[in-house]
Design a protein around this ligand. Sequence first.
Ligand code: IMP
Length: 202
Amino acid sequence: MNSTLPLFLATRNRHKTREIQTMLGEGVVVRDATEIPELPEIEETGMTFEANAKLKAEGISKHISGFVLADDSGLEVDALGGEPGIYSARYAGPGCTDVQNTELVLKKMEGVPQERRTGRFRCVLAVARDGKTMATFDGTVEGRLTAEITGEGGFGYDPIFIPEGYQKSFGELPAELKNSMSHRGRALEQFREWFVKNNSQG
Ligand code: IMP
């Protein structure tokens, strides 16, 4: 990207913002909802990642000019029937912490043997302008669940998720490695292409 492009993220999750800013690089200046406290809280009433990503992008783009990007993401655990899924951020209850969510997953997985500890992170990105979704992108990374919390990197469920082909969790692996293969990294790669094309068309 040759000049600096502005992008607003419909999130108050600084971890997501940091990952997205790092992956998009210096050519894109990312701002998020932590900078504008008066923005409404968008209720995630959708039943899919895509529906919730659209709700957030459309809702916030009614208040912000230019492109607004929203990320809805989470962990799907096969032995838990796909939970926590769209409830990933609030699995242990409203206002709960990442550690409480992670501990709840580990507790529910107690006694589940190694070969059945499979799961994946999923991310859907929606980009909207003036209240309308213009495109969506999705990314997935397959992996397995650890038996305990490992490492201190990343956020959310990173310390209990080992991506396929590795022996260490996202909490232990370097951030650049996570970003190169993660659900968010994969979705963002597609968004980046779209973003460059649509900005160059004015
Ligand atoms: P959302 O803000 O409703 O999309 O909730 C996303 C939740 O999914 C986060 O609060 C985390 O718990 C989890 N999550 C999403 N992406 C990641 C990731 O890259 N690593 C670890 N946990 C994640």
